[in-house]
Design a protein around this ligand. Structure first.
Ligand SMILES: [Zn+2]
Length: 142
């Protein structure tokens, strides 16, 4: 089974726009993520204001899925506090593992719901979860 076309379109749009793909001045945290099975490499930068993720950006190379997933995640976590961001990571990973299927719960993921059926393409799962795992590592540092 393929991803629905509307979801494919969302992934392509995020991949093309690159609005979150940049470096920032003086990030508080830089965390690198690597997915050797595909060759995806990302560097996630976060700026914090207390517990709030004030800004986030990334650089790196990789397939459309890893790049789009990172960009969607950044849109989602900007302005959230650390606990909210970690909850979103758990919801995303729960969705990928098909442990969470409640539509209301998944709505919180906004565009990232596009990856709902990625587990039907097992080779791409690591691409989709890379940035979310990287975020979790980043937030565990502080
Ligand atoms: Zn990939």
């Amino acid at each position: 089974m393929e991803l629905d076309s509307i979801y494919t379109q969302l992934i392509m749009e995020h991949n093309r726009s690159g609005h979150n793909k940049k470096t920032m001045e003086g990030p508080d945290i830089i965390e690198k993520g690597h997915n050797p099975s595909c060759g995806d490499d990302i560097s996630l930068e976060l700026k914090l204001d207390g517990d709030i993720i004030k800004d986030a950006a990334f650089t790196g190379v990789g397939c459309a899925i890893s790049q789009a997933s990172t960009s969607m995640m950044i849109d989602l976590i900007k302005g959230k506090d650390i606990q909210e961001a970690l909850d979103l990571v758990n919801t995303f990973i729960g969705m990928i593992k098909k442990e969470i299927s409640d539509e209301k719960e998944l709505e919180k993921l906004e565009d990232a719901i596009a990856f709902k059926n990625i587990s039907n393409m097992p080779a791409r799962v690591k691409c989709a979860v890379l940035s979310w795992h990287t975020l979790k590592e980043a937030l565990a540092q502080r």
